[in-house]
Design a protein around this ligand. Structure first.
Ligand code: CP
Ligand code: NVA
Length: 338
């Protein structure tokens, strides 16, 4: 998301809201007159999107496959065991070959450099489905979820947004993140401050849990750092927070470090007690999959938790990104996001 402007990010999120309304008829009952117009764009008709996934996925994969169907196209799931990449073929050659047959690549990779290389050599757009440094489509879903629940943060807005209406504005929020400096956090850091929100982060003091330099460079280039407080005390981080967010302490590929990480993150579990000094109406977000060590059941399954609307919104935001970046690319190129 660091590659997009704030208006471009909001353009995708608002488009996701529109696509959700027109794809789920009971959310926005359609009049007979408007029914033909109010259908999702079929911008992927006769098109194929390659899902190049080197890691596991439930939400991102299912979102992508089902969204492609609604846009009139198809997605090809290409897992690590399925294709030649990484065994018999380089990312450069793979990008050129797949890009010659498909109209977009949605890639989940290990090291971030791998997706940079795919993007460099692909003749079609490449969208990040998660890398070591970034998880942009997760933040898109989180922003949509917060806008849909704007009434929970603002007493002037008494009800959820009515169907057929644009998304409501969000009042400036304080978003706290406690846990590891993961790909999920990094996209939050380059997004929330540009949308007018403040961030408060706590991660353990060890260098391994601090923000990687390439990410912090983007944060400062975008001027986001002035709205970010970063410390190591989770209680301090959640002070005054409207939203509390965490992610797993053991990301995919870090399984061997589990014992050490459980020790280092002691005291970081999100609970009612930890968040005593947050805004009394604080809400909870988590990208999932969730483990109990980072958030207890009371919070995760309780009324503060927006985690399942958040996971539903993975689909609509990925659909919006596919429509604008893949579906309409050859019609208007990058201009579809302006
Ligand atoms: N949140 C998320 O990316 O989930 P998956 O790994 O299941 O896709
Ligand atoms: N930080 C986690 C996110 C999973 C969606 C990981 O990279 O495994």
């Amino acid at each position: 998301l660091a590659d997009l402007t704030a208006p471009q990010i909001l353009r995708i999120v608002n488009h996701a809201h529109y696509l959700k309304q027109v794809s789920v008829p009971w959310l926005a009952p359609q009049s007979k007159k408007s029914a033909r117009l109010r259908m999702p764009s079929q911008s992927l008709f006769n098109k194929s999107i390659a899902l190049l996934f080197a890691k596991r996925s439930t939400r991102t994969r299912v979102s992508a496959e089902t969204a492609a169907v609604l846009l009139g196209g198809r997605a090809l799931f290409l897992g690590r065991e399925d294709i030649q990449l990484g065994v018999n073929e380089t990312p450069r050659d793979t990008a050129r070959v797949i890009g010659g047959m498909c109209q977009g690549i949605f890639a989940r990779v290990g090291a971030h450099e791998e997706i940079e290389e795919l993007a460099r050599y692909s003749p079609v757009p490449v969208l990040n489905a998660l890398s070591s440094l970034w998880h942009p489509t997760q933040t898109l879903a989180d922003v949509l979820t917060l806008h849909e629940h704007a009434h929970l943060f603002d007493t002037a807005l008494k009800t959820p947004p009515p169907a057929n209406k644009p998304l409501p504005q969000l009042r400036p929020l304080t978003v706290a993140y406690v846990g590891d400096s993961t790909n999920v956090l990094h996209d939050m850091l380059v997004t929330y401050p540009r949308l007018g929100h403040k961030m408060r982060v706590a991660s353990p003091e060890k260098p391994a849990y601090q923000c990687p330099q390439p990410v912090w460079d983007r944060v400062t280039q975008l001027g986001c750092d002035k709205d970010i407080w970063w410390g190591s005390d989770p209680k301090e981080a959640v002070k005054g927070a409207d939203v509390v967010v965490t992610d797993t302490w053991i990301s995919m590929g870090q399984e061997a470090e589990k014992a050490q990480r459980l020790q280092d993150f002691a005291g970081y579990q999100v609970t009612e007690a930890l968040c005593r000094d947050a805004n009394p109406d604080w809400k909870f977000l988590h990208c999932l999959p969730r483990k109990q060590e980072e958030v207890d059941d009371q919070v995760f399954y309780g009324p503060r938790s927006l985690v399942f609307p958040e996971s539903d919104n993975r689909k609509w935001t990925i659909m919006a990104a596919f429509d604008l970046l893949f579906g309409k690319w050859d019609l208007a190129g990058e201009k579809t996001l302006k």
